[in-house]
Design a protein around this ligand. Structure first.
Ligand code: HEM
Length: 95
């Protein structure tokens, strides 16, 4: 958000930290703690979120290396990461 609205619309390594936290927190939430007998987590939903997380990580990696080489990053790549992050939050709330 800071980069999108006020920053240079570039990727930063802080985003990798955020991604790691989201991944670890997601996996902890995905463990079947305290579920009633027979209940199961929604593994399809969790799998989709995990795949989206990996795509976000790949895009940030590609973006960081392009920035290093050319000094800037394509707006489409930058915004795609933000959109996919909102999609992951949306999946948690709406699916
Ligand atoms: C950019 C990455 C992610 C974002 C922004 C995100 C966002 C969120 C949000 C906002 C919630 C709260 C939903 C609620 O209060 O009901 C949530 C819950 C959850 N997330 Fe994520 N998430 C991300 C990645 C992941 C990943 C990678 C996994 C699994 C591998 C995951 C698994 C879960 C699970 C299991 C819950 C609890 C759902 C429930 O209690 O019904 N998340 N996530």
């Amino acid at each position: 958000m800071v980069q999108a609205f006020g920053g240079k619309r570039e990727f930063t390594s802080l985003m990798n930290v955020g991604l790691l936290i989201a991944g670890v927190a997601g996996l902890i939430l995905a463990a079947p703690w305290g579920l009633a007998d027979g209940a199961e987590p929604n593994y399809a939903k969790i799998g989709v979120k995990l795949v989206i997380l990996l795509i976000i990580g790949a895009l940030i990696g590609i973006g960081l290396s392009k920035q290093r080489k050319s000094g800037s990053v394509a707006p489409a790549l930058f915004w795609l990461v933000g959109i996919l992050t909102v999609v992951n939050a949306g999946i948690a709330l709406l699916w």
